[in-house]
Every structure is written in C-alpha cells, then in structure tokens.
Ligand binder design. Structure first.
Ligand code: ADP
Length: 412
C-alpha cells in the first residue's frame, strides 16, 4: 500500500447504515484523521438519508423518502453521495483506499482489528449464534462493500468485543456448568470496546500519564450503556456479557435482572421465550419503567416535577453507582479517573450529579459548577479540588477509532 488517504468507516446495523469518510495524513509518523463526510441511511419501507459534510463550509442534506429497502441499495446510494461534487467528497469511488467495518461480536478468536479475508468471513458466520441481532447485518455490510468496491479495496473488521479480550477468566466466567463455556462459548465478552479504549487513551493523554499506568472506570452511557474497569490500560471487567443485554439499565434494555424472571414470566403469563427476549431488549429499561427511552424527555419531565421520571433516573443512576462501587474494589489500590462518555454521559449533568453524589468517603467529589455545563470541548474535568479522583467527561468518537485501527492494519 503506497498512500492511504481516504478511509471509509461503515457501521451496518439491521435497519441502519452509518458511514463516515476520513482524510488520513501521516506526516512525521503522526496520523491525523480529518472527517470529510458522514451520514446515516435508515433502511426500510420508510427510508431516510441524512448526509453532511465537515470542514470549513459544512453542508447538510436530508432525503426523507429515499426508497431504500436493503443494504445494497443503501450503500450504492451512499457511494453516489460520497462522489457528489456539491459536497466536496470524492472524484470517484476508486479513491476509497480502505474500509473499516464496525463488527459487534468477534467471539474469543479476534483480539484485535483484523484484515477481512474469506477465513474471517467464515468465522463471523460461525459466531452468528452469539450475536444474532448484530453480526448478520455486519456480514451483509462487508459483502455489499466487496461487491460494490471490489476486492482491491482492503477491508478491516474492528470488533466491539476485542478490547475486552484481556479480561481474566475470573471475570468472564459465569457461575454455570463449565462445559457450557467449553462447548458453546457461554461467557462474558463485553461490548463498546472501541469507545472504552478510545476515551481511556484520551483521558491518559489529558492527565499526562502513560495509558499502561492508568486505572480507570469508563462509563459509556448512551442508548446502549456499559461500564468497564481498566487496570494498567487494559480491560479487566465490564458490565455487558454474552450479549449487550447484561449490566446497566439502558434506553430499552433491562440490564441485570434475576435470571429466574424469564421462567417465572413464561409460567405466570404464558409469554413465550421469544416474546420475553424481545421485551427485555426492546421494551424494558428507561422505556419500560417510564414510557420514555430518551433521557432528554425524562429530564424535562423531572424538571416539571414528575416524580416517576425522577424515580426512573434514580434507577439508572443506582445501577451505575453499584458498578462503580464494585470496580473501585477491583482496581484497588488506585483509581486514576472516572470517565463519562456516550450521549448521556457527555450531555446529562443531571445524571452525572446523581451518579457521583455523596462519595466523599471514597475520595470522589464532583464540583457542581464545573459539572453543570455543556461539553464544548473534547474533554472536561468536573472534579472538585477536594477530590482524590479525577472525574472526566470525554467525547467519544468510535468512527475515528475504527479509521485509526483500519489505517494501522492496512499499513501493517
Ligand atoms: P447510541 O449510540 O447507543 O444509540 P447515544 O450515545 O447517541 O446512543 O446516546 C443516546 C442517548 O443520549 C439518548 O438517551 C439521549 O437522550 C441522550 N442525549 C443526547 N443528547 C442529550 C442531551 N443534550 N442531554 C441529555 N441527554 C442527551
């Protein structure tokens, strides 16, 4: 590979295709990635495209009724849009030097971003039972990209699970018959790894310490939410498990529940296991508790004096606090920072206040005047001068991290 200038990042979900094109420059061995164009296609009978350019004169365009029924037509349109001279993108699709794909589940095999080959595709197919909601769409995204851009364009899989491959067996094994792990891969894998590692790296740089010497608790709080204990720069435990359903209370996912609940509901209500699974993933969490999955609506209701909205926010905060407490012990004897990221972590100071309240006895003290502001830079500190632990709000950028890893894999 001579020159790697244009890197396209694709995140293919079951009903969305998100994309971001970067211009890469590598002067003096320092990689700089400038976002050029990004957008999202909502695939389906009622499809919609949002497409925007970055840089000096950013432009935005919406195609509300694009009639894109499948991933192939979605990516085909994306490639046309990337080559639209009005948006200052590419002269032709052959300018795309590499593609980085977000792949949700890499099972135990993939511990790093990996060049996509036939062998890797076969391994992804084999891991579908572990991620039936996510991996099929990721596979489709890779197949369609190969079809439309040809074999000459290298493609890289960047796995959500990879960063957590350093967890010790004591953290990833469940208290289940051991043969279920050996025969069926039933264990904790963890997700959001790209975001947890990205913000940890940013925080270490901000604190002026090598990442390998940092112990962090990273809270990725978005629609999907997870929390990770990072020791000496490596993930040693995380709240999501075999699937992204375990752990924190999320937008529509329950997070941790008593494992006896599905059997109880099946017996008591006659709900099938498929219905219970769908309820736990799509109708629970903040939505199930309050009717609202969006924290912004819950905050509005809370400000208007809605006690149930307040209770829902308290349930969310309580679960995050429980994990912070547990990880504080696991990271003993030192914690170098608690990091908040994701749509909620970056923007909801109401939740950050609820999560961080009354922790002076463990050296964690938030400064409300620093915390109760909008995040206007990539990183901000919100701890009081009395706090022994830095408290950081860090903007995540999973696409940039995927582009970075793609560059590294392709350049060897
Ligand atoms: P995901 O990538 O998992 O879909 P995001 O990281 O985009 O999710 O986070 C979405 C969540 O962030 C939603 O619950 C939304 O309410 C919340 N959020 C976004 N902006 C704000 C804001 N300004 N204040 C409070 N919450 C916000």
């Amino acid at each position: 590979m001579n020159q790697l200038n244009k890197i396209l990042v694709l995140n293919a979900g079951s009903s969305t295709l998100k994309y971001k094109l970067f211009n890469a420059t590598n002067a003096n061995k320092t990689l700089a990635l400038a976002p050029m164009i990004s957008g999202m296609v909502e695939i389906g009978e009622v499809s919609k495209v949002t497409h925007k350019s970055h840089g000096e004169n950013p432009k935005k365009m919406e195609l509300p009724d694009a009639n894109l029924n499948d991933h192939r037509s979605a990516l085909s349109l994306v490639i046309d849009l990337l080559c639209d001279p009005g948006f200052g993108g590419l002269a032709s699709k052959s300018e795309i030097n590499a593609i980085g794909h977000r792949v949700v589940h890499g099972a135990e095999r993939f511990k790093n971003a990996t060049l996509i080959t036939k062998d890797l595709m076969a391994a992804l197919e084999a891991s579908i039972p572990l991620a039936p909601l996510h991996n099929p769409a990721n596979i489709l995204g890779i197949e369609v990209a190969t079809e439309l851009l040809g074999d000459a364009c290298p493609q890289v899989a960047v796995f959500d699970t990879a960063y957590h491959s350093t967890m010790p067996a004591s953290a990833y094994l469940y208290g289940l018959p051991y043969h279920l792990y050996k025969d069926h891969g039933v264990r904790r894998y963890g997700f959001h790894g790209t975001s947890h590692s990205f913000v940890a790296k940013k925080a270490a740089k901000h604190l002026g310490k090598p990442l390998e010497e940092c112990n962090f608790i990273t809270c990725h709080l978005g629609n999907g939410a997870s929390i990770t204990a990072i020791k000496n720069g490596k993930s040693i435990d995380t709240s999501m498990g075999l699937t992204p359903l375990e752990g924190l209370v999320m937008g529509t996912r329950s997070g941790d529940i008593d494992p006896a609940i599905p059997t109880f509901l099946n017996k008591q209500t006659g709900m099938s296991y498929a219905e219970i699974d769908s309820m736990l993933n799509k109708k629970s969490g903040l939505l199930g508790l309050s009717g609202d999955a969006d924290i912004r609506n819950l905050q509005d209701r809370f400000r208007a004096g809605d006690k149930h909205a307040d209770l829902t926010l308290e349930v969310f905060a309580h679960r995050v606090r429980k994990y912070i407490g547990a990880y504080l012990i696991q990271l003993s004897p030192r914690l170098d920072g608690i990091i908040f990221t994701g749509g909620i972590g970056e923007n909801s100071w109401i939740l950050r206040n609820k999560i961080l309240k009354d922790l002076e006895h463990v050296g964690i003290v938030v400064d409300k005047s620093k915390n109760e502001v909008d995040l206007t830079s990539q990183i901000m500190s919100v701890e009081s001068s009395k706090s022994q632990v830095p408290l950081l709000v860090v903007q995540t950028d999973e696409e940039k991290s995927i582009a970075e890893q793609t560059f590294q894999v392709v350049q060897g």
